[in-house]
Write a protein that binds this ligand. Structure first.
Ligand code: ADP
Length: 276
């Protein structure tokens, strides 16, 4: 239901900002509840300036003079433009329910963290589990692996044929290190022994999937399960997670913007009091 009505149209323009550790995302929602624009920038370690710039660009480009701003994400407390802040868990749940009302769980993988959320039929948060301590199940692990093989992170999935399964006759490679630093040495060792780079990268995807499986199990994630966050653009990882978990994994519409959309939908314009 991308770009469809998102409900809760309270009569004004709304901006949701998701100030993540890696990327800052902004979504402008029009008074009729449709998404007018999405915008993304690197976080650059200064959420205050980034949030102001994103809100200003979204407003200026769309001729919006007045919008309610709600911020989420790692840097949300520093977003001076925001009237309100809301947790990433609540925003992912809210945004995903608006995009995919059938969703019963969310797996969000960003640059530095991963979370699984179980949703009620109305999109409410029933349970969640989060990993923000270990980079091994996050986007930074994929970034490291891509750099090692001189690829852009956006090229990894296609390089693996959008699949994490070994090809027939291919020896099974396991990345056993649970820490990114040791895993990088493991990749160097495998390359030095002449291992096929596609086979190694498929093993990298399977290893990330094993880490996030723990989160999905903790919340007893039911289907339909949707994948969100910047890393959800990687179809080989969605495939690896489906294989490891036995669950069907659907990628959300505009997955990197789900949290920002949820933040925008939390903006409520004050009720109008009629003078009588
Ligand atoms: P955060 O909110 O933590 O800043 P995001 O949800 O914005 O994170 O996702 C950022 C992560 O998404 C980065 O690690 C980046 O490498 C990854 N990413 C972005 N595009 C792709 C892609 N096409 N394939 C795989 N990973 C991607």
């Amino acid at each position: 239901m991308s770009d469809g009505r998102m409900g809760n149209a309270a009569g004004g323009w709304r901006i949701g900002l998701d100030l993540g550790s890696t990327a800052a995302k902004g979504v402008l929602v029009a008074p009729d509840g449709t998404v007018a624009e999405r915008i993304i920038d690197l976080s650059r370690g200064e959420p205050a300036g980034t949030s102001e710039r994103l809100a200003w660009e979204l407003s200026a480009r769309n001729g919006v003079k007045d919008a309610l701003v709600v911020a989420t994400g790692y840097g949300r407390a520093l977003a001076g433009t925001a009237a309100r802040t809301v947790t990433e868990i609540s925003c992912h749940a809210r945004g995903l329910h608006a995009q995919h009302p059938d969703a019963r769980s969310v797996l969000d993988i960003g640059g530095q963290d991963a979370k699984a959320i179980r949703l009620g039929p109305d999109g409410s948060v029933e349970d969640f589990s989060m990993n923000d301590r270990c980079a091994a199940g996050t986007g930074s692990f994929l970034e490291m692996a891509a750099r090692r093989f001189s690829l852009d992170v956006g090229e990894l999935s296609a390089f693996c044929g959008d699949s994490a399964a070994e090809e027939p006759g291919e020896p099974r490679i396991e990345i056993s290190s649970t820490c990114v630093v040791f895993a990088e040495s493991e990749l160097v060792g495998l390359a030095a022994r002449g291992a096929d780079s596609k086979a190694v990268l498929r093993a990298v995807h399977r290893s990330i999937a094993k880490r996030v499986l723990f989160l999905l199990r903790q919340v007893k994630a039911p289907e339909p399960l949707y994948f969100t966050g910047g890393v959800a653009a990687n179809l080989a990882l969605a495939d690896a997670i489906a294989r490891e978990s036995g669950l069907k994994v659907a990628v959300a519409d505009h997955p990197q913007f789900t949290g920002a959309l949820g933040a925008a939908l939390f903006a409520r314009h004050p009720p109008v009091t009629l003078a009588i």
